[in-house]
Design a protein around this ligand. Sequence first.
Ligand SMILES: [Zn+2]
Length: 406
Amino acid sequence: MRRGTNLPAVGGFNQAVVLDLIRRAPEGLSRVELADASGLSSQTVTNVCRRLLEGGLVREVGRVVAGPGKPRTILDIEPAGGYAIGVHLDPSFVTYVVVDLEGSVIADSRSRTPTEVRPKDVLVSMQRNIEGLVDSSGIERSRLLGVGIAAPGPIDREAGIVDDPPLLTGWHRVPLRDALAERLALPVALDKDVSAVAVAEAWSSGVTDAGVLYYGTGIGLGMIIAGEVLRGSTANAGDSGHLRVSDGGPLCRCGFRGCLGENSSPFTMTRAAARRGLLVAPASASDTIGVDEAYSRLIALAHDGVPEALEVVLRVADDVARGLVLVANLLDVPRMICAGPFWDRLASVGLERIRSAVAADPALVAPHPVRVDGTALGADVGAIGAACLVLDAVYSPRPAALLLRP
Ligand SMILES: [Zn+2]
């Protein structure tokens, strides 16, 4: 049985169909065009459009003369018709965004994840940050549609629970969705971070087939196939940590060496740099501030051309490239998009190396080129994707969204 989240459906099936058609037409659509495209009767389209206009979700943006008869009124999305909040919880950073009905970011903020990651402290801090962001952006609270949260896996999506994320110490089956919904009196949806990033890419760029490498405190994989984000049977798809990408590297907890997650994490890079005497290693992977600072230091040294620093970064670039090749082979996708809080710094030194290593990799069997890009959405990408979960519930005519009820 397919089940939805607790997000409310803003309207019925026909309304979602009409809204989605309007959203996908950059110049807007007339009622006649909407009837043609939706297969709905002109009377139904007229009724739906009246409700959308009354609800402030669409606006009339002009008229066009098309043959004999009355000029046709063009309808477009009213960006200020509704807003969604996105929260991206990474063990190192929590990012917040407010997006309008078109998915454009109108406000954002970022804070470090509290080092004492007791769930209650994180909840209090989330509530304060969300309310602060909403207040400062001057949005009417009645226009808030809901909150989406992107969290590290594993998650229990049905129950809205963040299960046991390896890098969030002290977290065990935290009912984040319902706890935040109660505090904010808003509907809340929860998704795995890699899926949220994939949602953001599909929304913003319209990409229909791509793998999305999430390069954060941990490393994961989002998958977009035929325009849909693949989530797997329990919404925990995308664990790419144990892809074997080399025959060396630190011993992984799976018992092997050469795993993508273990070889390429920012923490591993800082330890490799420390062994070469470039910096002092952070005490552990859960020392997120220490890892972040040491990682920045390593990247700065690589920019300065320090050979040992370059060696560390480029070795990881090669491992990441092999990981991208394995995924591109598996999914048969022409694009790999990379994102996450540590990606920009890696890319500033290693992106060209990653691209050339992918192109030259003898393991690349896909019968087409594989393009590697960084996200165009920057560090907000996970939070934008989380907010788009809420917008998806507004627009999606898919059956799963029809089940969305408070
Ligand atoms: Zn492993």
